[in-house]
Design a protein around this ligand. Structure first.
Ligand SMILES: O=C(O)CCC(=O)C(=O)O
Length: 299
């Protein structure tokens, strides 16, 4: 098992805001938030799930973009390029929330996050692997799979100044296995652009963030959309937890930026104090990080 390494202290920010029907406005909101976070000293900045479009499956195809590093044609808006430029302008590692993706070869749609380095280069992408299909009577029904296809790989991205992070999107946080695999392979943080809702957010948001952190003794960041005046009732409460499962910071439901200093010593310290990572009984159950290497983080 690889020991997670955070090479140096780093300030991480979650930029929480709500998306509207106006893509240009949404991208400008993201830009303003990332600039503010960078000016406050953040070097890893995270945006919410579906930040450039309404979180509404019926509208996904209308907002979806082909994700390509090649320059956009004049009538093709490109969130890819806006994010790449933003990372470069602000000198941050940018985990670009998620955006609706159209894959022209297959005609499929995905919910996809993009990661960029401070030079603007794409570092990796993650297509949501577990689609949000739930039905809680009279409270919350959602079926991403009506429109979206699931991604078929787990994603670990290297941020050269700091180490590696595991990426997931929102509902992915409910699944401990990918988080565990990423942690065993040495990530210092699990990062999930998200948009829970009033029903499941109240039930499970904080406990999921804390569980993934404590299970794996790594940092966890969930960056949510804020609660909009109408439409999808995003839970907000962007949260960063430490490797001991404690909440370092949590927003309310309004627009906000939350910050936490990730300490390069903290993971090792918590692992020495409560050494579950060395006490696993692989004679009784398998080490899933050894079983699953398919597509892992390698675009
Ligand atoms: O897991 C949940 O309760 C919410 C998930 C969600 O909102 C999403 O995946 O977009």
């Amino acid at each position: 098992m690889m020991c997670p390494v955070l090479k140096q202290h780093v300030k991480l920010a979650c930029v929480q805001f709500s998306s509207t029907a106006d893509k240009i406005f949404n991208v400008s909101e993201a830009r303003a938030g990332v600039i503010e976070a960078a000016n406050a000293g953040a070097r890893i900045v995270v945006l919410p799930e579906c930040f450039n479009a309404p979180y509404d499956m019926a509208l996904f195809p209308q907002y979806a973009e082909i994700l390509t590093p090649s320059p956009p044609s004049k009538d093709q808006s490109s969130t890819y390029h806006a994010l790449s430029t933003l990372a470069k302008d602000t000198n941050v590692y940018l985990i670009g929330g998620s955006i609706p993706e159209f894959e022209p070869l297959t005609g499929k749609y995905y919910n996809t996050t993009l990661a960029f380095g401070p030079d603007g280069a794409g570092l990796g992408s993650h297509r949501k692997t577990h689609l949000f299909d739930i039905d809680i009577e009279n409270k919350m029904t959602f079926r991403e799979s009506d429109v979206l296809s699931p991604g078929d790989k787990l994603t670990i991205v290297e941020l050269p100044d700091y180490g590696t992070v595991g990426l997931g999107i929102c509902y992915d946080v409910r699944f401990p296995e990918p988080a565990m695999i990423a942690a065993r392979l040495g990530v210092f943080a699990l990062i999930y652009p998200s948009a829970f809702n009033s029903t499941t957010g109240a039930l499970h948001w904080e406990v999921l963030a804390r569980s993934r952190a404590l299970d794996n003794q790594v940092y966890v960041a969930l960056c949510s959309q804020a609660l909009p005046p109408t439409g999808y009732p995003a839970w907000g409460h962007s949260i960063i937890t430490d490797p001991n499962g404690q909440v370092m910071v949590m927003a309310n439901r309004e627009k906000a930026i939350v910050y936490a200093e990730l300490d390069s010593e903290a993971i090792g310290q918590h692992r020495r104090q409560i050494p579950t990572s060395n006490q696993r009984r692989f004679d009784l159950y398998p080490d899933i990080s050894q079983l699953c290497t398919k597509g892992l983080g390698l675009d």
